[in-house]
Design a protein around this ligand. Structure first.
Ligand code: ADP
Length: 254
């Protein structure tokens, strides 16, 4: 966008400086916008052919009765890498859209008690059990149902990925004054303090070597944060290494 600096009665030097500053800032914001557009276009252009590649790999695997073990293994690796890359491109697209405000939210009244119950049903086959805790009263917010599901599923997925224990993950809803409060708690590996402010950055992963074995792109939490903030909410993390992690999301109730 255009950056406007108001300096009606300022001396001419200041006005000139302001003019230069304004031009520079406007150029910068255009460059930034161009960069986002580029990321978005590349993601989109790569996703289409990769989806074709992935489709061929999967159908070859399905129909290949006389494949050798080595061939099958190679095709399976190629297929899962193609899938992972498609997911990465989808994440980048979502993020580029969200960041320049082109992510559209279908806002409606959402009863969080119902939405979280739905999430519970979706994760009941997960390796770590997910327990849900709901208040008696109905907690309603203005939000986009699908985007909210994406947020909570992402946090529950992370809780599962970064827990070795069979200790259940807790999904807890409450209302405090005019705020809906949703917590996702796990008893997993935790996040050291120095990393806690950075995990919401794009591509940031704590201990890259360790996380590499665990599927993921480091984009999940930056998407979660952008989505939550796009619906007027906030997200915070509290964590202790080897104790566990709690993500807290607040939304104004409607
Ligand atoms: P990804 O899971 O794809 O690496 P995210 O953006 O979702 O990316 O998370 C960023 C990093 O934050 C992860 O790599 C992990 O190191 C850390 N993290 C996220 N959730 C948890 C959690 N529940 N417990 C411990 N670490 C976590």
């Amino acid at each position: 966008g255009k950056v406007q600096i108001e300096l009606e009665n300022a001396p001419s030097e200041v006005k000139e400086l302001a003019q230069t500053l304004q031009t520079t800032l406007t150029d910068l914001s255009h460059a930034w916008e161009d960069q986002r557009q580029l990321v978005s276009n590349i993601s989109h252009e790569l996703r289409t052919p990769l989806t074709v590649v992935s489709g061929y790999l999967q159908s070859t695997l399905r129909r290949g009765n006389n494949l050798t073990d080595i061939q099958r293994e190679a095709l399976e690796t190629a297929s899962s890498e193609a899938e992972r890359t498609i997911q990465l491109l989808q994440d980048l697209l979502d993020l580029a859209r969200a960041e320049n405000g082109r992510m559209y939210f279908h806002l409606e009244t959402v009863v969080l008690n119902e939405l979280l119950t739905e999430i519970e049903g979706m994760v009941d086959q997960y390796p770590t059990p997910v327990k849900i805790s709901l208040p008696d009263q109905l907690v309603k917010i203005k939000g986009d149902k699908n985007r909210l599901k994406q947020v909570f599923l992402n946090l529950v997925d992370n809780a599962v990925k970064y827990s070795h224990s069979s200790e259940p993950i807790l999904l807890k809803l409450s209302q405090e004054k005019q705020q809906a409060n949703i917590q996702v708690c796990d008893r997993g590996v935790g996040i050291p303090l120095t990393h806690q402010t950075r995990i919401f950055e794009r591509f940031y992963r704590v201990d890259e070597a360790r996380s590499r074995n665990i599927g993921g792109t480091g984009l999940g939490l930056s998407i979660v944060k952008t989505l939550v903030e796009g619906m007027e909410g906030t997200i915070k993390v509290i964590s202790q290494p080897n104790q566990g992690t709690t993500f807290t999301i607040l939304f104004p109730v409607s």
